[in-house]
Write a new protein. Sequence first.
Length: 130
Amino acid sequence: MSTTITSNMEDYLERIYLLIQEHRVARVKDIATSRGVKNPSVNNAIIELKKRGYVIQEPYGYVLLTKEGEVEAERILKRHKLLREFLLHLGVSEEVADEDACGMEHFLNDETLKAIDVFCKKQVKAKSKS
């Protein structure tokens, strides 16, 4: 079973995770609404995520994350939050920082992310001293 997923699938996984955190469940129509897509697009994504072992769903039922799906979604969300924080430190508006972080989270190397994490921690430390 292949676990490699596209950036689009990562976005679905992250959205499902956030919906479960907020509402305790994720439904296809809520995923579609929050992503600005139609239900068939969500259903296709769910099929792909099922193949990779990240989600389970009974026909017409809630979408649930497997343990592997939850771990992957948390990893993606952590990257998103780090990049958003970094962009905010650079003075980017919250809206743009959130949008750009969403695009960047899929493509940056772990080495780059570690360097950004160190930078952000230094910024927080510097601000707390002033």
